[in-house]
Design a protein around this ligand. Structure first.
Ligand code: UD1
Length: 366
């Protein structure tokens, strides 16, 4: 059975890596990997870390790519790969442009699609934009839906996905996190405190936050840095120019805000383990931080990952400057409030998602 995994951005690579590695040692499976390289530098970091060498590298990233242009190039580039490799299954993960276009191109070739991290929904087509629609499109064409949680399974059932096509597997992000968190790593990043100071980890890169919301987030970070001189705010800044420009302009001169290039996954996980608090609009960190017992304030109005909120370790705070400062201050000032949110819980799986995903594919009726 030939199984082709297709991915393009850093988070897809992190979550697909455990599956790719497990497929490679599964008897009877001819495992192939195609990267679109929707992201060049950020993807390559992860491929190196997990020692994955793609069979096909489409190298599609262009600076400042538009959604339509990237989508068109993924379609054009993927189709000949499918024609050439003739896979029995294509696996895609999540909600990026790569996932949406690759899933649809695979359907056009009448090849089976497995969707990893299926069934996440906000039911608001603008938040996150365009990811909510990307994952719904992938879901429409998928033959097997690998739901990370029971809640995501229920979302799919409500959309009339046949019950036998949904498997609750956990999220392979936990497989990846466990693998990386257990590796020895000496945190020696320039300027990053190693023991005495408190560390707040920040990431923000969502399209719906571009412009005014991102500027409000930056203003809140500046307020927090001025209020808490004993805190170091560590912010690895996404390479998207719509993020780089305002963040460096607004925060480049604040002494206790440390702006870094995007971190490799290994140092990122180790910064996370050291963090007192995370402020983020990313999806992956909402899954990783609860696993490590670090409270998360989510810089969005709505999330497709409510499991962390229900577990009490994640709180939605939006992008209002005063609200962010108020919520972060509460956790920095009040040890009890912090303790209440810092229980390590893991609603997203047990680290064996990759095995369950492969088992479901092998057992699928031909
Ligand atoms: C994409 C995904 C988003 C995911 C994020 C993770 C879509 C629609 N969005 O958003 O869901 O959370 O990736 O990172 O697929 N760039 C580089 N080098 C890199 C990566 C990005 O220079 O390694 C710059 C390029 O100028 C590129 C721009 O970032 O044009 C935007 O990249 P793009 O993939 O279009 O969107 P993201 O904002 O990264």
């Amino acid at each position: 059975m030939r199984i082709l995994s297709i991915f393009g951005t850093r988070p897809e690579a992190i979550k697909m890596a455990p599956i790719v590695r497990e497929l490679a040692r599964t008897p009877g499976v001819d495992a192939r990997v195609c990267v679109t390289a929707q992201h060049r530098e950020m993807l390559d970091q992860v491929l190196d870390l997990f020692e994955i060498t793609p069979d096909v590298d489409l190298d599609l990233m262009q600076p400042g790519q538009t959604l339509a242009n990237l989508t068109a190039r993924v379609f054009m580039a993927i189709d000949p790969v499918l024609a050439d490799l003739q896979p029995d299954w294509v696996l895609v993960q999540g909600d990026t442009t790569t996932v949406m276009a690759a899933a649809l191109a695979t359907y056009y070739r009448q090849v089976k699609v497995g969707h990893v991290e299926a069934g996440l929904r906000t039911n608001d087509k603008w938040q996150p934009f365009p990811e909510e629609i990307n994952r719904r499109v992938a879901g429409v064409v998928a033959d097997l839906h690998f739901a990370p949680t029971e809640r995501s399974r229920q979302n799919l059932l409500r959309e009339n996905v046949p019950i036998e096509q949904i498997v609750v597997t956990g999220n392979p992000v936990i497989d990846a996190l466990q693998w990386v968190a257990n590796q020895d790593f000496e945190l020696s990043l320039r300027d990053v405190p190693t023991s005495d100071t408190r560390l707040v980890l920040v990431t923000a890169h969502r399209r719906e936050n571009f412009g005014a919301p991102l500027e409000h987030i930056c203003a809140a970070l500046r307020d927090l840095a001025e209020k808490y001189l004993d805190v170091r705010i560590v912010y690895p800044v996404h390479l998207n120019p719509n993020v780089q420009e305002p963040v460096y302009r607004l925060l480049g001169d604040v002494p206790n805000i440390i702006l870094l290039p995007p971190l490799d996954y290994l140092p990122l996980v180790h910064v996370l383990k050291r963090a007192t608090l995370v402020l983020t609009d990313s999806g992956g960190l909402q899954e990783e931080a609860p696993g490590l017992g670090v409270p998360v304030l989510v810089l969005r109005e709505i999330t497709e990952r409510p499991e962390g909120i229900e577990a009490g370790t994640v709180r939605l705070v939006g992008t209002d400057r005063l609200r962010i400062v108020e919520e972060a201050s509460r956790l920095l000032d009040d040890p009890e409030a912090h303790a209440a949110m810092s229980r390590a819980v893991n609603p997203y799986g047990d680290g064996h998602a990759a095995e369950r995903i492969i088992k479901a594919i092998l057992e699928y009726p031909r």
